[in-house]
Design a protein around this ligand. Structure first.
Ligand code: GDP
Ligand code: MG
Length: 686
């Protein structure tokens, strides 16, 4: 006869023994677990040609290694690997009882949840949306009233059907910081073959971080033990709490979120204050308004307050290059001087300038995350973002993208799902960032009458957003296709972030950013510097320009690699309405979009006109028409992101493939759309 073993677990007094009795009747025997004074109750029933053996395990609230009951229950499940685990849940005290359930879910055992005592729950005014909850927990749920035998028949048929019951895949997200530590632990697990054979990998990571005595005692690798204690220490220094408590908080957050959406109740809840805040911040309209205000404050902090230290850094870099310029010994190569001033200081300086923005932005985000508000904000935005196949949290990086793509892409770290994150990274450059604005503010006043300027500007922003939405949907349907797991609004308790925790976040992100500036961006700056400087015309050619340094510069640029490439690509960009001068400036704009403006100034051999672009605008009017101007802006909006963005995408996705995909993909998109705009526009205008 085919045999099935079933383990019954649950909180004390949830009705476990009642269910056990209802299933097995009198076919039971009572014994003891070896070595401990914990009662062991076993029984069986026979149905449909199968013998179902049931063990009534000791009642527990959790599966840590603190009490004998917990250990007995846990080890029975882990060692005996029953065909099915039935968690008897007191439905009248659901959130507390689900704490055990989520731990079973994380162990990835074949699981059925029995919502017992639904009679009491209903009397207390609870109403459960069992289907939705079952979806969120990815587990089967059977409602019972054990004392009356209600629901027991259904439970029996679920047991007999247990071969078709797949393990729950519901995932509890522990928040950025804890997840980071879990990932570190995970990366050190590869050699722990024994442990991995025995336990689910993710569960193992969580247990280790929780400092579970029993599991830790099974570890041999010293490296792993050291990593563990440093992870635990790090979390303690950020949150002022032990990892174990933080993890429990997150589990409760997951449970509250799942219940918030599926359990209607007419009873006052236990966390009153938190609930009241949540009621308000998750209201459809008011919640959005609050979110808008919060984001406005973060932005104000980032870009307005940040502009002061930004100016100081600019000044410092400026003084430094002037210092070098003035004190450069004649005996040392002028090429080296240009490399240092224009290549290195110019390139890396342009990146370091954003450091205050990055620090402040991440301070703001860390604050929102650590207080617990971010989880709620994500929920509010999720309704909208879900429609384009993204997570509610994707909204924040996209918003930051209007300032600058670099911090925006870094901030996608708040997204846990990789496909989601990649999609968001890909579309961020379609937001009109601050550097693109310099191009718009050059061309719009030059070509459009006052009353149309705002409209043109607005239309560029809207085009970017619409394209981002279309691209996101396309990417989610193709390259980044993947199941959208049901979204549990997580409601971790609100907490006051510690200053130390916030500073650690800020510092870590700032440091990573600087490392980038020091490596990839430095390299690219030098390459681009060389491309606009070499090969140099000889002295004889230059002697023509003795009196006219602007013309000399223009000539140098024309002769340089980027000038030549600009000319070479002229046939390709001609159908877009662009000539080689624009081509050359576009190549420069790959370094940074604002370089487009200064490069145009150089190719038209204009004397530098600081802060006032009127003469450049006049020149542009003389050379181009409205349609071309619009096409230039359109191309700037969509085309290849600047190199800082490419570098960050590369680093964040850990793959040059995605950086190239973004670079090439957006350029092709820009080409096609600009081509269409120019050609169709020419029909009407020309
Ligand atoms: P255990 O500690 O989990 O084994 O819980 P028991 O099975 O001993 O049940 C505790 C008490 O709850 C007993 O008095 C049961 O009669 C009662 N009980 C069990 N299930 C239900 C139920 O569905 N509804 C109600 N009202 N009482 C129940
Ligand atoms: Mg009992």
């Amino acid at each position: 006869m085919k045999k099935l073993t079933v383990a019954l677990v649950g909180n004390p007094n949830s009705g476990k023994t009642t269910i056990f009795n209802a299933l097995t009747g009198s076919r039971q025997k009572v014994g003891n677990y070896p070595g401990v004074t914990v009662e062991k109750k076993e029984g069986f029933f026979v149905k449909d040609g199968r013998r179902v053996e049931i063990v009534d395990l000791p009642g527990t609230y959790s599966l840590s290694a603190y009490s004998v009951e917990e250990l007995v229950t846990r080890n029975y499940i882990l060692d005996n690997k029953p065909d099915l685990v039935i968690d008897v849940v007191d439905a009248s005290n659901l959130e507390r009882n689900l704490f055990l359930a989520v731990q079973l879910i994380e162990m990835r055992v074949p699981l059925v949840l029995v919502f017992n005592m639904v009679d009491i729950a209903k009397n207390r005014g609870y109403h459960f949306d069992i289907e939705a909850l079952s979806n969120l927990l990815d587990s089967r749920i059977v409602e019972t009233v054990g004392s009356k035998g209600e629901g027991v028949d259904e439970l029996v048929s679920v047991i007999l059907d247990s071969e078709n019951c797949s393990n729950s895949l519901a995932k509890i997200n522990y928040g950025n910081e804890i997840e980071k530590e879990l990932a570190k632990i995970d990366s050190l697990l590869d050699h722990e073959h024994e442990l991995l054979k025995h336990y689910n990998r993710r569960w193992l990571c969580v247990k280790l971080l929780e400092n579970d005595k029993q599991i830790i005692s099974e570890i041999k690798s010293k490296e792993l033990l050291e990593a563990l204690s440093s992870s635990q220490q790090r979390l303690r220094s950020i949150y002022n709490d032990d990892a174990e408590i933080l993890i429990a908080d997150r589990r409760y957050g997951f449970i509250s979120g799942a219940c918030e959406e599926t359990v209607k109740s007419s009873v006052e809840s236990r966390h009153e204050m938190s609930d009241k805040i949540d009621k308000i911040v998750t209201m459809p309209v008011v919640g959005l308004l609050i979110f808008a205000v919060v984001m406005f404050v973060v932005f104000w902090l980032t870009f307005t307050l940040g502009s002061y230290p930004m100016a100081w850094i600019e000044k410092a870099i400026d003084s430094l290059s002037r210092l070098i310029e003035n004190h450069w010994p004649d005996s040392v190569s002028l090429e080296l001087k240009s490399l240092i001033i224009d290549g290195i200081l110019g390139g890396v300086g342009g990146v370091i300038v954003f450091l205050p923005n990055i620090l402040l932005l991440f301070l703001g985000i860390a604050y929102l995350e650590d207080t617990g508000y971010m989880a709620r904000a994500a929920f509010i935005m999720d309704r909208i973002m879900h429609k384009i196949g993204l997570h509610g949290k994707s909204f924040i990086p996209m918003l930051i993208g209007f300032g600058c793509s670099v911090p925006a892409i870094m901030s996608t770290r708040i997204l846990e799902n990789r496909r989601n994150r990649l999609t968001t990274i890909m579309i961020i450059p379609l937001m009109s960032c601050g550097a693109k604005l310099t191009v718009y503010t050059l061309f719009i006043p030059a070509f459009f009458a006052v009353q149309y300027r705002a409209v043109v500007m607005f239309s560029l922003y809207v085009i970017g957003i619409v394209l981002a939405i279309i691209c996101a949907r396309l990417l989610r349907a193709t390259v980044f296709k993947g199941e959208t797991t049901p979204f549990v609004m997580e409601l971790p308790p609100y907490r006051m972030p510690t200053a130390k925790g916030l500073l650690i976040h800020m510092w870590e992100n700032g440091w990573q950013y600087l490392q980038k500036a020091g490596t990839v961006i430095l390299l690219i700056s030098i390459v681009l510097w060389a491309a606009t400087r070499y090969p140099r015309p000889n002295d004889e050619e230059m002697s023509k320009f003795k009196q006219n340094s602007a013309a000399a510069q223009a000539f140098e640029l024309e002769r340089s690699i980027s000038g030549r490439v600009g000319r070479a690509i002229e046939p390709v960009i001609k159908p877009l309405g662009f000539d080689w001068k624009i081509g050359t400036a576009l190549i420069g704009s790959v370094a940074a979009k604002e370089v487009f403006v200064s490069q145009l100034g150089i190719v038209f051999s204009l004397e530098e006109t600081k802060g006032d672009n009127e003469s450049l605008r006049q020149t542009l009017r003389d050379n181009y028409d409205k349609l071309t101007a619009f096409c230039i802006m359109l191309f700037t909006l969509i085309s290849a992101p600047c190199f800082a963005t490419v570098a960050v995408t590369w680093k964040e996705t850990k793959s040059i493939k995605w950086a190239l995909f973004q670079f090439v993909g957006l350029t092709i998109l820009a080409y096609i759309l600009t081509l269409a705009t120019y050609q169709i526009g020419s029909l009407f205008i020309g």
